[in-house]
Write a protein that binds this ligand. Structure first.
Ligand SMILES: [Zn+2]
Length: 84
């Protein structure tokens, strides 16, 4: 994992961030605690993936709900039609 240690100003853990500052106190991080362009790309990709996963979960949830209701409704309509 990308562990940059603690902020020299406030002592809190450096988070995975694409900013070159401490997210807690705003202190500009020393060079060895700033994430490289490569690492920033990984962080951004991970964040994007997490957002996609979240969207997928909520989407499949509503899809399941809709499909269930639709299936029950369709079955009822079909049997009524063959009776005709
Ligand atoms: Zn800090």
């Amino acid at each position: 994992m990308n562990d940059k240690g603690n902020c020299e100003s406030c002592g809190r853990k450096i988070q995975n961030t694409v900013f070159d500052k401490c997210m807690y106190c705003g202190e500009v991080l020393p060079k060895h605690q700033i994430f490289s362009e490569n690492e920033k790309e990984t962080i951004l990709a991970n964040q994007k993936q997490a957002e996609l996963d979240e969207a997928k979960v909520s989407k499949s949830k509503s899809n399941n709900h809709f499909g269930r209701d639709g299936g029950v409704f369709y079955l009822g309509g079909d049997s009524g039609g063959s009776c005709d």
